[in-house]
Ligand binder design. Structure first.
Ligand SMILES: [Zn+2]
Length: 334
């Protein structure tokens, strides 16, 4: 399932190529025909992500809310702006596709502007491209396709401008909301550090965690406590904090919970900028590039059950916690 960084990246793609444009909205599959009719011909005015949910605003105060769930994906085609992290990945990157970016990266793990116009922050001009964005990202090099491409498969929504198209398949949620409807959804969501880096958001997280007797390993995945964390970031955040995953939230010191929030803010920011769930610190040069290219080099504990802990050598264990796989080191996180 896409974690928060992927959804923020998809919202950014919409901001680059759709916001400000008149959008023709259809539902080739038919299941969203009523919603499509409401949005047809409106101008997209905003694109944002909150945790794992994305909200596209259209004129008239209407929003399209999308949650990709496990199987959902967006496919973009046309005059698309791809950033350097996508281009440098030779067409494949993300959690399950392991090629990764090979951009020059300084020791603090941030991509910089050294690559000039190919860098992340100075996005190039739109060019004809096809781009798949879900749990992983993939650019298709075939630039000979006809625009717009024919709808393929169970396409819930097609958003079409003069220059670009975005096709949505397999979402868990896809609905039109007004401002009040959006507010209702947002009220149920915990804070997202990409949207609110201030102390209030941190304190909301701290008090939500410390009010509950639930295990911290479950609270981190509870989207009403904090937005955007999935299975990979959960395991890695707990290891980085050396926290035993079963400790109840109400037994944790405020300072410990606040540090979890700060670490999540940092990891999410790296994820949004690079497209990779890079959760190890202190890598540089070749080690960093290897880790960006290969998930087995990128994480402390995730999917490393039976392998020696990178810190203490004890075998990493995997257990089921509320029917999701949890990976942790029984010695470092005792
Ligand atoms: Zn260990």
């Amino acid at each position: 399932m896409p974690e928060g960084h992927s959804v923020h990246r998809i919202a950014r793609q919409f901001a680059r190529n759709f916001v400000g444009e008149i959008v023709h909205v259809s539902s080739p599959q038919g299941r969203f025909a009523d919603g499509a009719a409401i949005l047809e011909g409106r101008t997209m005015t905003d694109a944002r992500a909150v945790g794992k949910q994305m909200f596209l605003e259209f004129d008239g105060g209407l929003w399209l809310r999308v949650h990709l769930g496990i199987y959902g994906a967006w496919d973009f085609a046309g005059e698309i702006t791809t950033d350097a992290t996508i281009r440098s990945a030779a067409g494949r990157m993300g959690q399950t596709n392991q090629r990764g970016t090979d951009l020059p990266v300084p020791d603090d793990g941030t991509l910089d502007d050294a690559a000039g116009e190919d860098s992340v922050r100075s996005i190039g001009a739109p060019r004809k491209a096809r781009l798949h964005m879900a749990e992983s990202e993939r650019e298709n090099d075939d630039a000979d396709f006809v625009f717009p491409p024919d709808p393929v498969g169970a396409e819930r929504v097609r958003l079409l401008t003069d220059a670009a198209v975005a096709d949505l398949r397999g979402p868990t949620a896809c609905e039109v909301l007004d401002e009040a409807g959006v507010r209702k959804v947002l009220d149920r969501l915990g804070p997202d550090p990409q949207n609110d880096a201030g102390p209030d958001a941190a304190e909301r997280f701290v008090s939500a965690v410390r009010a509950k007797r639930t295990a911290i390993g479950l609270l981190l995945m509870d989207q009403s406590v904090v937005s955007g964390i999935g299975n990979v970031y959960r395991a890695e955040l707990l290891f980085r904090a050396r926290l035993e995953p079963h400790i109840p939230g109400n037994r944790l010191e405020s300072s410990v919970v606040r540090a979890l929030w700060e670490d999540w803010s940092r990891l999410l920011d790296i994820g949004v900028r690079t497209g990779q769930m890079m959760t190890m610190d202190g890598l540089s040069g070749d080690a960093y590039r290897r880790a960006m290219a290969d998930r087995s080099e990128r994480h402390w504990v995730y999917k490393r059950e039976g392998l020696p802990c990178r810190v203490c050598g004890t075998n990493i264990v995997m257990e089921m916690m509320a029917s999701r796989k949890l990976y942790w080191c029984p010695v470092c996180q005792a």
